[in-house]
Design a protein around this ligand. Structure first.
Ligand code: HEC
Length: 154
């Protein structure tokens, strides 16, 4: 009986950790010091990134880009998005931050954690499967679900 109780407690803690880990993704601190892409302007109003954005890749993700989009476990990629102001376009206020982090536990989204954040860095609570994965699966199934390539970092 005692063993069963201990096992149940262990299982409970494990499940709680797994759920809370999935429910509250954390925006990595210091991503502004990672490798930064060119300034990217997207004038398609139907695009998620309508506006101006910059992609940041940590060391592991940089290796993944150089290997033609084969990313090692733990790779992290962040996009900061800004609204467009004026013509020629200048960067308006920041409006969104998104993260992909290679994590094999996230089998429903190609082995990546997908997360959206407000400009305050707090999780936006978007559902990764219905809100994120569709486009990445459609556009980049052959590129480890990462749409940008090393050409975006010159
Ligand atoms: C409407 C289609 C679409 C949806 C939905 C979408 N993305 Fe993307 N995502 C893109 C495109 C297109 C790019 C490439 C942008 C570029 O090349 O500059 C991209 C790039 C990214 C990148 C940089 C790495 C890469 O794949 O190039 C991250 C991180 C990212 N998206 C996260 C997310 C997250 C998190 C969500 C859900 C909140 C999401 N995306 C939903 C289209 C989408």
């Amino acid at each position: 009986m005692k063993t069963a109780a201990v096992l149940m407690t262990a299982l409970f803690l494990f499940v709680t950790a797994a759920i809370s880990g999935a429910a509250s993704p954390v925006l990595p601190k210091g991503y502004a010091d990672w490798k930064k892409s060119d300034r990217k302007v997207d004038t398609d109003k139907n695009s998620l990134f309508y506006g101006i954005h910059y992609i940041y890749a940590d060391k592991k993700a940089q290796r993944g880009y150089l290997a033609d989009n084969k990313f090692p476990e733990g790779s992290r990629i962040v996009v900061e998005s800004f609204s467009i102001k004026g013509n020629p376009a200048i960067d308006g206020p920041k409006n969104m931050i998104v993260l992909m982090q290679k994590d094999k536990r996230h089998t429903a989204t190609g082995g990546w954690l997908f997360a959206g954040f407000g400009v305050d860095g707090k999780p936006a609570g978007l559902d990764p499967v219905s809100t994120c994965f569709g486009c990445h699966q459609k556009d980049a199934a052959q590129r480890d679900f990462v749409i940008s390539t090393k050409k975006d970092f010159k």
